[in-house]
Design a protein around this ligand. Structure first.
Ligand code: SF4
Ligand code: SF4
Length: 165
């Protein structure tokens, strides 16, 4: 499984290195929208004082193999305009993964994925500790799912997905 995730990540990296201007014009607004929605989710969590709940629980949702759920659209969004240093850190985490119980991207300092590029499941899952907040965040969660789905379809249409090559 890990090998497949690494292949998808490398394929997304390569595709981004060779992306045409026309292809970029089509995916750029979608990626921008995904990052904006993720930013709004972060701000809403902070505004309602929810940001510390996961930290106080120790992030127990970040279980082993969560990284294997990451697909092409995730790596495209993640690697678009990312700092080279951050990208290399992410590849090292995948390629040298020795985590026994946690996601490959978990670290003692928290998740190593930039806050506006995390996997959708990590952004929209809120356990019962969040109570009614789940309803508050629901419209943004729907927007995020729609935007990510749009990116997936656009990458497929442009033949930029690993599975289509
Ligand atoms: S969603 Fe709930 S269980 Fe998961 S890390 Fe946050 S507080 Fe913990
Ligand atoms: S990607 Fe980050 S937030 Fe999501 S499960 Fe892994 S460590 Fe946790």
């Amino acid at each position: 499984m890990e090998e497949l995730v690494i292949k998808k990540a490398r394929a997304a990296e390569t595709a981004l290195q060779h992306i045409t201007e026309s292809q970029e014009e089509q995916i750029k607004p979608i990626i921008f929208s995904i990052k904006q929605i993720q930013k709004k989710i972060n701000e809403t969590c902070q505004k309602h004082g929810m940001a510390d709940i996961c930290m106080s629980c120790g992030g127990i949702c970040c279980v082993k193999d969560m990284e294997t759920l990451c697909d092409d659209d995730f790596f495209f969004n993640l690697f678009y305009n990312i700092k080279e240093e951050t990208k290399q850190k992410i590849f090292r985490a995948l390629e040298n993964n020795t985590q026994q119980e946690e996601c490959a991207f978990a670290s003692p300092q928290g998740c190593i994925i930039p806050e506006t590029s995390r996997p959708v499941i990590c952004k929209i899952f809120f356990c019962n500790r969040f109570g009614n907040f789940k309803k508050t965040i629901s419209p943004l969660a729907s927007q995020l799912c729609e935007a990510v789905n749009l990116l997936f379809l656009k990458l497929t249409e442009l033949n930029l997905r690993f599975t289509k090559r």
